[in-house]
Design a protein. Structure first.
Lengths: 225, 297
Protein backbone atom coordinates (compact mmCIF):
# COMPACT_ATOMS: atom_id res chain seq x y z
CA UNK A 1 0.00 0.00 0.00
CA UNK A 2 1.21 3.50 -0.85
CA UNK A 3 0.28 6.27 1.54
CA UNK A 4 0.99 9.99 1.05
CA UNK A 5 0.57 11.99 4.25
CA UNK A 6 0.34 15.72 3.66
CA UNK A 7 3.21 15.75 1.20
CA UNK A 8 4.66 18.99 -0.17
CA UNK A 9 7.43 19.38 -2.66
CA UNK A 10 9.18 22.66 -3.31
CA UNK A 11 12.13 22.97 -5.68
CA UNK A 12 15.14 25.10 -4.74
CA UNK A 13 14.09 28.21 -6.65
CA UNK A 14 10.71 28.38 -4.94
CA UNK A 15 8.72 26.50 -7.55
CA UNK A 16 6.09 24.42 -5.72
CA UNK A 17 5.42 21.13 -7.48
CA UNK A 18 3.09 19.45 -4.98
CA UNK A 19 0.93 20.87 -2.19
CA UNK A 20 -0.71 19.00 0.69
CA UNK A 21 -0.99 15.67 -1.09
CA UNK A 22 -2.87 13.06 0.91
CA UNK A 23 -3.75 9.80 -0.82
CA UNK A 24 -3.77 6.07 -0.42
CA UNK A 25 -3.28 3.44 -3.11
CA UNK A 26 -4.16 -0.13 -2.21
CA UNK A 27 -2.18 -3.18 -3.32
CA UNK A 28 -3.04 -4.40 -6.84
CA UNK A 29 -5.01 -1.23 -7.55
CA UNK A 30 -5.02 0.28 -11.06
CA UNK A 31 -4.68 4.05 -10.90
CA UNK A 32 -4.37 6.79 -13.50
CA UNK A 33 -2.68 10.03 -12.47
CA UNK A 34 -3.77 12.72 -14.88
CA UNK A 35 -3.43 16.44 -15.29
CA UNK A 36 -1.98 19.07 -17.59
CA UNK A 37 1.75 19.43 -18.20
CA UNK A 38 3.55 20.79 -15.15
CA UNK A 39 0.74 19.72 -12.83
CA UNK A 40 3.09 17.56 -10.72
CA UNK A 41 2.34 14.04 -12.02
CA UNK A 42 5.97 13.11 -12.66
CA UNK A 43 7.04 14.65 -9.33
CA UNK A 44 4.46 12.45 -7.59
CA UNK A 45 5.87 9.34 -9.26
CA UNK A 46 9.46 10.39 -8.57
CA UNK A 47 8.64 10.72 -4.88
CA UNK A 48 7.51 7.09 -4.85
CA UNK A 49 10.75 5.91 -6.49
CA UNK A 50 12.72 8.22 -4.19
CA UNK A 51 14.30 10.07 -7.08
CA UNK A 52 13.04 13.10 -5.18
CA UNK A 53 12.44 13.65 -1.48
CA UNK A 54 9.45 15.60 -0.20
CA UNK A 55 9.99 19.04 1.36
CA UNK A 56 7.53 18.07 4.10
CA UNK A 57 5.11 15.26 4.87
CA UNK A 58 5.67 11.51 4.73
CA UNK A 59 5.36 8.75 2.14
CA UNK A 60 4.81 5.19 3.28
CA UNK A 61 5.16 2.09 1.13
CA UNK A 62 3.98 -1.06 2.93
CA UNK A 63 4.11 0.92 6.20
CA UNK A 64 7.76 1.91 5.71
CA UNK A 65 8.43 5.64 5.67
CA UNK A 66 10.56 6.09 2.56
CA UNK A 67 10.66 9.89 2.85
CA UNK A 68 13.11 9.89 5.74
CA UNK A 69 16.53 11.24 4.84
CA UNK A 70 18.16 8.37 6.71
CA UNK A 71 16.26 5.75 4.71
CA UNK A 72 19.04 3.52 3.35
CA UNK A 73 17.00 0.98 1.41
CA UNK A 74 16.50 2.98 -1.81
CA UNK A 75 18.07 0.24 -3.94
CA UNK A 76 15.89 -2.44 -2.36
CA UNK A 77 12.83 -0.22 -2.80
CA UNK A 78 13.56 0.35 -6.49
CA UNK A 79 14.11 -3.35 -7.02
CA UNK A 80 10.44 -3.81 -6.07
CA UNK A 81 9.24 -1.18 -8.52
CA UNK A 82 8.97 -1.64 -12.28
CA UNK A 83 9.32 1.62 -14.19
CA UNK A 84 8.12 2.44 -17.68
CA UNK A 85 9.19 5.70 -19.25
CA UNK A 86 7.96 7.81 -22.14
CA UNK A 87 11.42 7.57 -23.78
CA UNK A 88 11.59 3.79 -23.07
CA UNK A 89 15.15 3.91 -21.67
CA UNK A 90 16.21 0.83 -23.61
CA UNK A 91 19.94 0.26 -24.10
CA UNK A 92 20.75 0.06 -27.81
CA UNK A 93 23.85 -2.08 -27.48
CA UNK A 94 22.01 -4.82 -25.60
CA UNK A 95 19.58 -7.31 -27.05
CA UNK A 96 15.92 -7.49 -26.01
CA UNK A 97 16.78 -10.38 -23.71
CA UNK A 98 19.69 -8.50 -22.12
CA UNK A 99 17.61 -5.36 -21.61
CA UNK A 100 14.95 -7.28 -19.73
CA UNK A 101 17.52 -9.36 -17.85
CA UNK A 102 19.26 -6.19 -16.64
CA UNK A 103 16.60 -5.60 -14.01
CA UNK A 104 16.91 -9.17 -12.79
CA UNK A 105 20.72 -9.20 -12.70
CA UNK A 106 20.58 -6.41 -10.14
CA UNK A 107 18.51 -8.65 -7.87
CA UNK A 108 21.34 -11.24 -8.06
CA UNK A 109 19.14 -14.01 -9.42
CA UNK A 110 20.87 -17.05 -10.88
CA UNK A 111 21.17 -17.49 -14.65
CA UNK A 112 18.43 -20.11 -14.92
CA UNK A 113 15.93 -18.01 -12.93
CA UNK A 114 16.79 -14.98 -15.05
CA UNK A 115 16.22 -16.93 -18.27
CA UNK A 116 12.85 -18.19 -17.07
CA UNK A 117 11.72 -14.78 -15.78
CA UNK A 118 12.78 -12.99 -18.98
CA UNK A 119 10.96 -15.48 -21.20
CA UNK A 120 7.82 -15.17 -19.07
CA UNK A 121 7.96 -11.36 -19.24
CA UNK A 122 8.58 -11.36 -23.00
CA UNK A 123 5.70 -13.78 -23.48
CA UNK A 124 3.42 -11.48 -21.48
CA UNK A 125 4.15 -8.61 -23.87
CA UNK A 126 4.13 -10.76 -27.02
CA UNK A 127 7.84 -10.50 -27.83
CA UNK A 128 8.84 -14.09 -27.14
CA UNK A 129 10.31 -14.48 -30.63
CA UNK A 130 12.34 -11.30 -30.56
CA UNK A 131 14.62 -11.92 -27.59
CA UNK A 132 17.78 -11.78 -29.72
CA UNK A 133 16.78 -8.61 -31.56
CA UNK A 134 18.56 -5.33 -30.93
CA UNK A 135 16.48 -2.22 -30.13
CA UNK A 136 17.31 -0.64 -33.47
CA UNK A 137 15.53 -3.53 -35.16
CA UNK A 138 12.29 -2.85 -33.26
CA UNK A 139 9.38 -0.44 -33.73
CA UNK A 140 8.44 2.18 -31.11
CA UNK A 141 5.60 0.03 -29.85
CA UNK A 142 7.88 -2.97 -29.53
CA UNK A 143 10.44 -0.89 -27.66
CA UNK A 144 7.80 0.14 -25.15
CA UNK A 145 6.78 -3.49 -24.82
CA UNK A 146 10.39 -4.35 -23.99
CA UNK A 147 10.31 -1.63 -21.32
CA UNK A 148 7.10 -3.11 -19.90
CA UNK A 149 8.62 -6.59 -19.95
CA UNK A 150 11.56 -5.22 -17.99
CA UNK A 151 9.19 -3.56 -15.52
CA UNK A 152 7.04 -6.65 -14.89
CA UNK A 153 9.89 -9.18 -14.81
CA UNK A 154 10.70 -10.86 -11.55
CA UNK A 155 8.96 -10.02 -8.32
CA UNK A 156 8.19 -6.36 -8.98
CA UNK A 157 4.83 -5.70 -7.39
CA UNK A 158 4.44 -2.04 -8.27
CA UNK A 159 4.50 -0.72 -11.84
CA UNK A 160 4.97 2.98 -12.36
CA UNK A 161 4.51 4.26 -15.90
CA UNK A 162 5.21 7.88 -16.75
CA UNK A 163 3.45 8.78 -20.00
CA UNK A 164 4.01 5.27 -21.42
CA UNK A 165 2.09 6.04 -24.59
CA UNK A 166 3.31 9.61 -25.05
CA UNK A 167 5.49 8.74 -28.05
CA UNK A 168 3.17 6.20 -29.65
CA UNK A 169 0.50 6.34 -32.34
CA UNK A 170 -3.13 5.54 -31.34
CA UNK A 171 -3.04 1.92 -32.55
CA UNK A 172 0.18 1.12 -30.68
CA UNK A 173 -1.15 3.01 -27.65
CA UNK A 174 -4.05 0.60 -27.40
CA UNK A 175 -1.75 -2.40 -27.79
CA UNK A 176 0.36 -1.15 -24.92
CA UNK A 177 -2.66 -0.38 -22.75
CA UNK A 178 -3.97 -3.89 -23.37
CA UNK A 179 -0.79 -5.23 -21.80
CA UNK A 180 -1.37 -3.08 -18.72
CA UNK A 181 -4.98 -4.26 -18.64
CA UNK A 182 -3.77 -7.88 -18.52
CA UNK A 183 -1.72 -7.04 -15.41
CA UNK A 184 -4.73 -5.67 -13.57
CA UNK A 185 -5.25 -7.32 -10.19
CA UNK A 186 -1.78 -8.89 -10.25
CA UNK A 187 0.30 -5.80 -9.58
CA UNK A 188 -0.26 -2.26 -8.35
CA UNK A 189 -0.24 -0.08 -11.45
CA UNK A 190 0.21 3.66 -11.48
CA UNK A 191 0.05 5.36 -14.86
CA UNK A 192 0.61 9.07 -15.43
CA UNK A 193 -0.92 10.11 -18.73
CA UNK A 194 -2.53 12.88 -20.81
CA UNK A 195 -4.51 10.51 -22.92
CA UNK A 196 -8.21 11.12 -22.13
CA UNK A 197 -9.44 8.35 -24.43
CA UNK A 198 -7.40 5.74 -22.64
CA UNK A 199 -8.38 6.93 -19.17
CA UNK A 200 -12.08 7.18 -20.00
CA UNK A 201 -12.24 3.77 -21.63
CA UNK A 202 -10.60 1.98 -18.69
CA UNK A 203 -13.06 3.20 -16.01
CA UNK A 204 -10.45 2.90 -13.27
CA UNK A 205 -9.47 5.11 -10.38
CA UNK A 206 -8.39 8.54 -11.61
CA UNK A 207 -6.43 11.07 -9.58
CA UNK A 208 -6.52 14.48 -11.20
CA UNK A 209 -3.70 16.84 -10.28
CA UNK A 210 -3.57 20.50 -11.15
CA UNK A 211 -1.06 23.09 -9.94
CA UNK A 212 0.38 20.55 -7.52
CA UNK A 213 -2.90 19.79 -5.75
CA UNK A 214 -5.23 16.82 -6.02
CA UNK A 215 -8.29 18.25 -7.74
CA UNK A 216 -10.32 15.07 -7.96
CA UNK A 217 -9.92 11.43 -6.89
CA UNK A 218 -12.66 9.20 -8.33
CA UNK A 219 -12.83 5.42 -7.97
CA UNK A 220 -14.31 4.62 -11.39
CA UNK A 221 -13.88 7.88 -13.06
CA UNK A 222 -13.10 9.47 -16.31
CA UNK A 223 -11.20 12.53 -17.24
CA UNK A 224 -11.84 15.61 -19.28
CA UNK A 225 -9.09 18.05 -20.17
CA UNK B 1 35.72 -11.57 -20.58
CA UNK B 2 32.94 -10.92 -23.10
CA UNK B 3 32.00 -7.82 -21.10
CA UNK B 4 35.61 -6.64 -21.32
CA UNK B 5 35.73 -7.21 -25.08
CA UNK B 6 32.45 -5.33 -25.44
CA UNK B 7 33.86 -2.46 -23.41
CA UNK B 8 37.02 -2.37 -25.57
CA UNK B 9 34.92 -2.41 -28.75
CA UNK B 10 32.81 0.43 -27.39
CA UNK B 11 35.82 2.65 -26.64
CA UNK B 12 38.83 1.20 -28.48
CA UNK B 13 41.05 4.29 -28.33
CA UNK B 14 40.44 4.89 -24.64
CA UNK B 15 41.11 1.22 -23.90
CA UNK B 16 44.33 1.27 -25.92
CA UNK B 17 45.42 4.51 -24.23
CA UNK B 18 44.74 2.98 -20.81
CA UNK B 19 46.73 -0.14 -21.70
CA UNK B 20 49.68 1.85 -23.08
CA UNK B 21 49.76 4.19 -20.11
CA UNK B 22 49.71 1.34 -17.66
CA UNK B 23 52.26 -0.62 -19.70
CA UNK B 24 54.72 2.30 -19.72
CA UNK B 25 54.26 2.98 -16.01
CA UNK B 26 54.69 -0.65 -15.09
CA UNK B 27 57.73 -1.00 -17.33
CA UNK B 28 59.32 1.93 -15.51
CA UNK B 29 58.26 0.48 -12.16
CA UNK B 30 59.89 -2.85 -13.15
CA UNK B 31 63.13 -1.10 -14.08
CA UNK B 32 63.02 0.86 -10.82
CA UNK B 33 62.41 -2.22 -8.70
CA UNK B 34 65.18 -4.11 -10.46
CA UNK B 35 67.68 -1.25 -10.14
CA UNK B 36 66.92 -0.57 -6.48
CA UNK B 37 67.12 -4.28 -5.69
CA UNK B 38 70.45 -4.64 -7.47
CA UNK B 39 71.84 -1.52 -5.77
CA UNK B 40 70.91 -2.80 -2.34
CA UNK B 41 72.40 -6.16 -3.24
CA UNK B 42 75.61 -4.43 -4.35
CA UNK B 43 75.77 -2.40 -1.18
CA UNK B 44 75.30 -5.56 0.88
CA UNK B 45 78.05 -7.22 -1.16
CA UNK B 46 80.54 -4.43 -0.59
CA UNK B 47 79.72 -4.37 3.10
CA UNK B 48 80.55 -8.06 3.40
CA UNK B 49 83.99 -7.61 1.79
CA UNK B 50 86.92 -7.08 4.19
CA UNK B 51 86.51 -3.48 5.25
CA UNK B 52 89.81 -3.17 7.07
CA UNK B 53 92.93 -5.02 6.06
CA UNK B 54 95.98 -4.76 8.24
CA UNK B 55 99.38 -5.87 6.83
CA UNK B 56 102.09 -6.85 9.28
CA UNK B 57 105.82 -6.44 9.02
CA UNK B 58 107.60 -9.60 7.92
CA UNK B 59 109.18 -9.94 11.38
CA UNK B 60 105.79 -9.93 13.18
CA UNK B 61 105.28 -13.29 14.85
CA UNK B 62 102.16 -15.38 14.49
CA UNK B 63 101.51 -15.17 18.25
CA UNK B 64 101.64 -11.35 18.19
CA UNK B 65 99.16 -11.30 15.32
CA UNK B 66 96.97 -13.82 17.13
CA UNK B 67 96.94 -11.58 20.20
CA UNK B 68 95.82 -8.57 18.14
CA UNK B 69 93.18 -10.74 16.47
CA UNK B 70 91.81 -11.79 19.85
CA UNK B 71 91.74 -8.19 21.08
CA UNK B 72 89.73 -7.24 17.99
CA UNK B 73 87.26 -10.07 18.54
CA UNK B 74 86.89 -9.14 22.22
CA UNK B 75 86.15 -5.49 21.32
CA UNK B 76 82.70 -6.56 20.06
CA UNK B 77 83.03 -4.23 17.08
CA UNK B 78 83.87 -6.86 14.48
CA UNK B 79 81.80 -9.34 12.57
CA UNK B 80 84.76 -11.44 11.54
CA UNK B 81 88.53 -11.31 11.71
CA UNK B 82 90.35 -13.57 9.27
CA UNK B 83 94.04 -14.31 9.58
CA UNK B 84 95.92 -14.63 6.26
CA UNK B 85 99.36 -16.08 6.84
CA UNK B 86 102.34 -15.49 4.53
CA UNK B 87 101.80 -18.99 3.12
CA UNK B 88 98.09 -18.27 2.48
CA UNK B 89 98.99 -14.96 0.84
CA UNK B 90 101.49 -16.73 -1.38
CA UNK B 91 98.87 -19.32 -2.37
CA UNK B 92 96.47 -16.55 -3.34
CA UNK B 93 99.26 -14.77 -5.23
CA UNK B 94 100.05 -17.97 -7.13
CA UNK B 95 96.42 -18.50 -7.98
CA UNK B 96 96.02 -14.96 -9.25
CA UNK B 97 99.17 -15.09 -11.35
CA UNK B 98 99.11 -18.69 -12.52
CA UNK B 99 99.27 -17.57 -16.14
CA UNK B 100 102.36 -15.43 -15.57
CA UNK B 101 105.35 -17.67 -14.66
CA UNK B 102 107.74 -14.71 -14.63
CA UNK B 103 105.90 -13.08 -11.74
CA UNK B 104 105.73 -16.40 -9.89
CA UNK B 105 109.48 -16.92 -10.16
CA UNK B 106 110.25 -13.53 -8.65
CA UNK B 107 108.14 -13.91 -5.51
CA UNK B 108 108.46 -16.17 -2.47
CA UNK B 109 106.24 -16.50 0.61
CA UNK B 110 108.79 -14.56 2.72
CA UNK B 111 108.29 -11.28 0.95
CA UNK B 112 104.49 -11.33 1.23
CA UNK B 113 103.10 -9.88 4.46
CA UNK B 114 100.75 -11.70 6.79
CA UNK B 115 97.47 -9.84 7.26
CA UNK B 116 94.15 -9.68 9.07
CA UNK B 117 90.93 -9.12 7.07
CA UNK B 118 88.36 -7.49 9.29
CA UNK B 119 84.64 -6.91 8.87
CA UNK B 120 83.20 -4.26 11.19
CA UNK B 121 79.68 -4.61 12.59
CA UNK B 122 78.93 -1.01 11.61
CA UNK B 123 80.74 1.39 9.27
CA UNK B 124 81.08 3.79 12.22
CA UNK B 125 83.55 1.38 13.90
CA UNK B 126 85.92 1.42 10.95
CA UNK B 127 88.02 4.49 11.95
CA UNK B 128 88.20 3.23 15.57
CA UNK B 129 89.47 -0.18 14.46
CA UNK B 130 91.95 1.44 12.05
CA UNK B 131 93.26 3.77 14.79
CA UNK B 132 93.59 0.85 17.23
CA UNK B 133 95.60 -1.15 14.69
CA UNK B 134 97.88 1.70 13.69
CA UNK B 135 99.12 1.98 17.31
CA UNK B 136 100.08 -1.67 17.47
CA UNK B 137 103.67 -2.85 17.15
CA UNK B 138 104.51 -4.89 14.07
CA UNK B 139 101.84 -3.28 11.92
CA UNK B 140 103.09 -2.18 8.52
CA UNK B 141 99.97 -0.74 6.87
CA UNK B 142 96.26 -0.38 7.61
CA UNK B 143 93.93 -0.17 4.63
CA UNK B 144 90.25 0.50 5.14
CA UNK B 145 87.46 1.24 2.68
CA UNK B 146 85.36 3.63 4.71
CA UNK B 147 85.28 6.23 1.98
CA UNK B 148 84.08 3.72 -0.59
CA UNK B 149 81.33 2.41 1.69
CA UNK B 150 80.32 5.90 2.81
CA UNK B 151 79.98 6.98 -0.80
CA UNK B 152 78.02 3.89 -1.67
CA UNK B 153 75.67 4.48 1.28
CA UNK B 154 75.26 8.10 0.21
CA UNK B 155 74.71 7.07 -3.40
CA UNK B 156 72.11 4.47 -2.40
CA UNK B 157 70.29 7.00 -0.19
CA UNK B 158 70.31 9.50 -3.06
CA UNK B 159 69.04 6.91 -5.55
CA UNK B 160 66.42 5.82 -3.01
CA UNK B 161 65.17 9.42 -2.64
CA UNK B 162 65.19 10.05 -6.38
CA UNK B 163 63.44 6.72 -7.05
CA UNK B 164 60.82 7.39 -4.39
CA UNK B 165 60.14 10.88 -5.79
CA UNK B 166 59.98 9.51 -9.31
CA UNK B 167 57.77 6.63 -8.16
CA UNK B 168 55.31 9.02 -6.48
CA UNK B 169 55.30 11.24 -9.57
CA UNK B 170 54.76 8.17 -11.78
CA UNK B 171 51.90 6.95 -9.57
CA UNK B 172 50.13 10.33 -9.53
CA UNK B 173 50.55 10.86 -13.29
CA UNK B 174 49.32 7.34 -14.05
CA UNK B 175 46.34 7.76 -11.76
CA UNK B 176 45.33 11.12 -13.26
CA UNK B 177 45.54 9.79 -16.82
CA UNK B 178 43.69 6.58 -15.98
CA UNK B 179 41.11 8.60 -14.07
CA UNK B 180 40.51 10.77 -17.16
CA UNK B 181 40.29 7.74 -19.46
CA UNK B 182 37.90 5.90 -17.12
CA UNK B 183 35.84 9.04 -16.75
CA UNK B 184 35.41 9.12 -20.53
CA UNK B 185 34.37 5.48 -20.47
CA UNK B 186 31.89 6.07 -17.65
CA UNK B 187 30.44 9.03 -19.57
CA UNK B 188 29.91 6.74 -22.57
CA UNK B 189 27.77 4.52 -20.35
CA UNK B 190 25.83 7.39 -18.82
CA UNK B 191 22.44 6.10 -19.96
CA UNK B 192 23.12 2.61 -18.70
CA UNK B 193 24.25 3.89 -15.31
CA UNK B 194 21.21 6.15 -15.03
CA UNK B 195 18.95 3.21 -15.84
CA UNK B 196 20.76 0.91 -13.43
CA UNK B 197 20.25 3.48 -10.66
CA UNK B 198 16.53 3.61 -11.42
CA UNK B 199 16.30 -0.17 -11.41
CA UNK B 200 17.85 -0.30 -7.95
CA UNK B 201 21.49 -1.13 -8.64
CA UNK B 202 23.88 -0.41 -5.80
CA UNK B 203 27.01 1.71 -6.29
CA UNK B 204 29.15 -1.41 -6.11
CA UNK B 205 27.06 -3.14 -8.77
CA UNK B 206 27.59 -0.16 -11.09
CA UNK B 207 31.30 0.06 -10.28
CA UNK B 208 32.07 -3.65 -10.52
CA UNK B 209 32.45 -3.81 -14.37
CA UNK B 210 34.91 -0.89 -14.23
CA UNK B 211 36.82 -2.55 -11.40
CA UNK B 212 36.82 -5.84 -13.28
CA UNK B 213 38.18 -4.08 -16.35
CA UNK B 214 40.85 -2.35 -14.24
CA UNK B 215 42.02 -5.66 -12.80
CA UNK B 216 42.15 -7.36 -16.19
CA UNK B 217 43.97 -4.41 -17.79
CA UNK B 218 46.42 -4.30 -14.87
CA UNK B 219 47.10 -8.01 -15.31
CA UNK B 220 47.75 -7.75 -19.05
CA UNK B 221 49.80 -4.56 -18.73
CA UNK B 222 51.90 -5.98 -15.88
CA UNK B 223 52.51 -9.22 -17.76
CA UNK B 224 53.43 -7.41 -20.98
CA UNK B 225 55.72 -4.94 -19.18
CA UNK B 226 57.37 -7.77 -17.29
CA UNK B 227 57.96 -9.87 -20.40
CA UNK B 228 59.25 -6.83 -22.29
CA UNK B 229 61.66 -6.09 -19.44
CA UNK B 230 62.85 -9.70 -19.34
CA UNK B 231 63.48 -9.45 -23.11
CA UNK B 232 65.49 -6.25 -22.60
CA UNK B 233 67.37 -7.83 -19.72
CA UNK B 234 68.47 -10.82 -21.75
CA UNK B 235 69.45 -8.54 -24.62
CA UNK B 236 71.72 -6.55 -22.31
CA UNK B 237 72.79 -9.50 -20.17
CA UNK B 238 76.31 -9.84 -21.76
CA UNK B 239 77.00 -6.25 -20.70
CA UNK B 240 75.56 -6.79 -17.19
CA UNK B 241 77.45 -10.08 -16.80
CA UNK B 242 80.67 -8.31 -17.71
CA UNK B 243 79.99 -5.53 -15.26
CA UNK B 244 79.27 -7.91 -12.38
CA UNK B 245 82.03 -10.38 -13.26
CA UNK B 246 83.57 -11.93 -10.17
CA UNK B 247 80.47 -11.36 -8.06
CA UNK B 248 78.93 -14.74 -7.31
CA UNK B 249 75.86 -13.58 -5.49
CA UNK B 250 74.08 -10.35 -4.52
CA UNK B 251 71.49 -10.49 -1.75
CA UNK B 252 69.16 -8.18 0.12
CA UNK B 253 68.96 -9.00 3.78
CA UNK B 254 65.69 -8.53 5.61
CA UNK B 255 65.18 -9.32 9.28
CA UNK B 256 63.09 -12.33 8.34
CA UNK B 257 64.63 -13.50 5.09
CA UNK B 258 67.37 -13.13 2.54
CA UNK B 259 66.53 -12.42 -1.09
CA UNK B 260 69.02 -13.21 -3.83
CA UNK B 261 68.93 -10.60 -6.60
CA UNK B 262 71.96 -11.81 -8.56
CA UNK B 263 72.21 -14.10 -10.40
CA UNK B 264 68.67 -13.58 -11.65
CA UNK B 265 66.40 -16.23 -10.17
CA UNK B 266 62.70 -17.08 -10.19
CA UNK B 267 62.05 -15.81 -6.64
CA UNK B 268 63.40 -12.34 -7.41
CA UNK B 269 61.56 -12.25 -10.76
CA UNK B 270 58.33 -13.35 -9.05
CA UNK B 271 58.78 -10.56 -6.46
CA UNK B 272 59.21 -7.98 -9.25
CA UNK B 273 56.23 -9.35 -11.18
CA UNK B 274 53.88 -9.39 -8.20
CA UNK B 275 55.18 -5.98 -7.13
CA UNK B 276 54.26 -4.36 -10.45
CA UNK B 277 51.02 -6.33 -10.65
CA UNK B 278 49.97 -4.97 -7.27
CA UNK B 279 51.06 -1.48 -8.28
CA UNK B 280 49.06 -1.73 -11.53
CA UNK B 281 45.96 -3.02 -9.76
CA UNK B 282 46.22 -0.37 -7.08
CA UNK B 283 46.64 2.59 -9.46
CA UNK B 284 43.92 1.52 -11.91
CA UNK B 285 41.45 0.52 -9.19
CA UNK B 286 41.99 3.82 -7.37
CA UNK B 287 41.56 5.78 -10.61
CA UNK B 288 38.39 3.80 -11.46
CA UNK B 289 37.02 4.29 -7.98
CA UNK B 290 37.34 8.08 -8.15
CA UNK B 291 36.14 8.28 -11.78
CA UNK B 292 32.97 6.32 -11.00
CA UNK B 293 32.47 8.05 -7.65
CA UNK B 294 32.44 11.43 -9.36
CA UNK B 295 29.90 10.15 -11.88
CA UNK B 296 27.64 8.23 -9.51
CA UNK B 297 27.42 11.31 -7.29
Amino acid sequence: MIHFDNVNKKFPFGNTALKDICLEIENDEFVFVVGPSGAGKTTLLKLITRELLPSSGSIFIDDVDISQKNFHQTNKLRQKIGMVFQDFKILNEKTVFENVALALTISHLNTESIKTAVHQALQAVGLQNKDNFFPLQLSMGELQRVAIARAISGERKLIIADEPTGNLDPKTTWEIMKIFKKLEGKKTILIATHNTDVVNSFKKRVIVIKDGRILKDTRKGGYDL
Amino acid sequence: MSRLLKSIRRAPYQSFAAFLMLFMSLLMATALLFSIGSLYGLLGYVETRPQVTVYFQSNASESEIGKIRQELIDSGKTLSVKYVSQTDAFKTYKELNKDNPLLLEMVTADILPASLEINAKKPVYLPQIAEFLQKKAGVNEVVFQKIIIDRLVQLTALIKTISLTFFIFLTITTMIILFTITHFKVALRKDEIELLRLLGASNNFIRWPFFQESLIFAFFSATSAFLFFIGLFFYFSPFINGYLRGIDRLTINFDWAQLTVWPINTTWLACIYFGILLFGCFTYLTASFFATKKFIK
